[in-house]
Design a protein around this ligand. Sequence first.
Ligand SMILES: *Cc1c(COP(=O)(O)O)cnc(C)c1O
Length: 859
Amino acid sequence: MRAIRRFTVRPVLPEPLTALAELALNLRWCWHADTRELFASIDSQLWARTRHDPIKLLSEVGSDRLTELAGDRRFLRSLELAQADLADYLQADRWYQEWAAGQPDAPRGIGYFSPEFGITEVLPQYSGGLGILAGDHLKAASDLGVPVIGVGLLYRHGYFTQSLNASGWQQERYPMIDPNSLPLRLLRDQSDPARPVVIEVPLDGRTLHAQVWLAQVGRVPLLLLDSDVESNTGSDRDVTDRLYGGGPDHRLAQEILLGIGGVRAIRAYCANTGTPAPQVFHTNEGHAGFLGLERIREFLTGDHDHPVLDFDAALEETRAGTVFTTHTPVPAGIDRFDRDLIRRYFEHYQPLPMDRVLALGAEDYDGGDPGRFNMAVMGFRLAQRANGVSKLHGEVSREMFHGLWRLFDTAEVPITSITNGVHHETWMHPALLEMLESARGDGDTVLDGYDWAGLERVDRQSIWALKRTMRLDLINMARERLAASCRNRGLPSDWTADVLDPDVATFGFARRVPSYKRLTLMLRDPERLKRLLTDPQRPIQIVIAGKSHPDDEGGKALIQQLVQFADQESVRHRIVFLPDYDIGMARPLYPGCDVWMNNPLRPYEACGTSGMKAALNGAANLSIRDGWWDEWYDPAYGWAIPSAEGIDDPSQRDDLEARSLYDMIENEIVMRFYDTDGHGVPQRWVQTMIDTVAGLGPKVLASRMVRDYVEQLYAPAAASSRRLDSSPQAAEKLAVWKRRVRDLWSQVSVDHVESLGGETVQVGSQIEVSALVRLGELRSDEIEVQLITGRVGADDELFDIRTHRITDGVDQTDGVRRYQGVVDTERSGAIGYTVRVVPHHPELASDAELGLAALPAAE
Ligand SMILES: *Cc1c(COP(=O)(O)O)cnc(C)c1O
């Protein structure tokens, strides 16, 4: 409906209340309990009706009420406090300022690029876990004072709104958002504030324009590019219409805008606000990967007063300052394009040579498709440092991308892992968080101002009473939404007023609905599930939610199957499907659950974060050991459903895993939950709550995750970047050296290896190994000789690998050197060893970086 033009009339706030506008524009309100209470106190019914949207609240509240508040001294005092608190939050030194003071390598800025951001339900710019994670990353960075600048797209229709038809089939709607009525401001030209900044990006022979909306997430700015501007013609205005909609052309246009336009938006933001330019660029998932091409282009053209570099040097500079996080262990989840499409879209992207662009995303390894351009592969080639999002996902990623470093063992593939985390102030029930407030502010169990073992000090009856309140909050939300859904489906809704019971063990299951997450595993034996739901002594109840991707008919069929089960009169008071899962539903959902269920097909859940949010609210996890639960599972925090990974028949595997699920619920979970003492308190259950918060709390925090990124990836990347930037020739020298090593590597060989001593030795003795290494034209300081030892597995492979560096070699004749090293025998059994030569340079982040190694020829 292009013909309709809109105006948004912003309310005129009486002078004493102008600070409300400032509070509404900084998204800190979405996790700051006191500020939320302040908004609620303006008009609690309207606050609920606007679904906790301060800007909507302020534009709908009557002027009478505003006049009244302008004279209400208690309100004005709370307003003043909230304003002062925000000012202090924005200005005071926080963790990063203290940490950086001792760190010469601390980056001045980090650009964090993501295709989606889930910060609040008011900004529907996310589809699921990836976006929520990005939102939590920004919030935690803000709390810690880390100088992050977020970059994303502003989708005019966001992600879709889900409802159901009478038969339970998912219906999608794409309501249009109006940025002017959201907590967003346009980025404007400093010298001419009437003019919004417009970013230009070359696209398929045209120029795409985008304006930049600024969302302020506490201390962190988030730049959202928006192609719906008058200077764009035709379909170019729709580039940012929807999240994950449309075909490959549309997706590619979005990704070009995000990556290339995103870097340009950061430059414009920094120039217009006097913010230092980021030294580190973080590609959160492959979709944002073109940011590396734009940075190469900047170095090629000498933008920002940087000396002009050639392509290889520009690539080194870019790699040094780029971090890439991969998020999917599902090969089909990797983002790929036809090479011809890339060629067409990048034709006019000067002066990048097309062959170099194409080579960055080429699947030039065993099993690769020569016709495809792979965004993950490009991500690894454009970033010197890369990671997965849990320990297990790190392992799976190293295997999945082994082809890029195939001369190395999978354990050496340079993809590390940082396990995801969640933002506690967003996801924890405020009253529970209050119980953890630490008067002392120190001690082993205190982190980020809360004592995670604090529940130990609270009497158990109070904990249990609070949990009942949390359950009741969820139930009230569920009843309201269910009634609305029934009306919408044309079904009677009178029965929904007393569905669910605040004293029944409450299970939650909510997430997107791709097939690997197995929404309907719980329906495997419907009669058994019915018995669990309706047990007269120890019943359970289940709250379920989740959206299926609009193109995924299979996912929609699963939702329908579940809805039809839950529609049955015999169970409908104990199992409910709530349409339109979003942050607004999720926030009361996690605190209200006693058990959080997750049954993905292992190992397809890269991390999973919903179970973390549940754990922070004292819920036990009941999950397949996948993602984060594989790493931190402990019987004190819940239950591990055994994974039947060895079983190839998927149906049989589902049967087995479902049976374990039912058994655990029936034999263990309800037994503990309903085992109450004389005061009605289930002591052992409350202990599980206390242990879960104390044990998992500090681990699952987004602040822990962001600190890990800062210390393990951002600071090393900033250091590499600074060293390459320290002289105009540093990057060029590195590039020249890499080329030289690649060209001469075929001359390198390990000619002979022998061990001095017998085949059988005693534990504790040493074996000396000697190797003859041919260097060809390379110098001895350009390589490293390594003695690799390990235990020998069934297929003659080494595991428990150790790498010893052998430094001193002795020249023999003809460019051959003899290197000698020692193998320690600490354990008995078969010890294997080999000698390997790898390139050596102080600017390499890992032995495997160049993918080059020389090993003895097989005998
Ligand atoms: C946490 C969250 C997710 C992600 O859940 P996973 O367990 O990682 O799949 C998705 N959607 C919403 C609304 C969430 O809050």
